[in-house]
Design a protein. Structure first.
Length: 60
C-alpha cells in the first residue's frame, strides 16, 4: 500500500474570503431572498433548487 504525500500551504487570508465571488447582477447575496419576502416572487432565471433555497433562507 502506497501512501500519497500531500502539500499544505499557509494563506494570508481565510479560505472563505478567497471563495467569495462578485455577484453577476451586481446585487448583494441576499437580494433574491429579500425580493421573495417582499413580493413572494422568485427571480425569473431561478431553477427549482434555487427556489427551494430561497424559501428556506427566507424562513430564518
Amino acid at each position: 500500500m502506497d501512501i500519497q504525500p500531500f502539500e499544505m500551504r499557509l494563506k494570508e487570508s481565510p479560505a472563505h474570503v478567497m471563495s467569495i465571488e462578485e455577484e453577476p447582477d451586481g446585487n448583494p447575496l441576499y437580494h433574491d431572498i429579500l425580493q421573495y419576502v417582499k413580493h413572494q416572487k422568485y427571480p425569473e432565471c431561478a431553477a427549482e433548487n434555487d427556489k427551494r433555497v430561497i424559501r428556506r433562507m427566507s424562513m430564518v
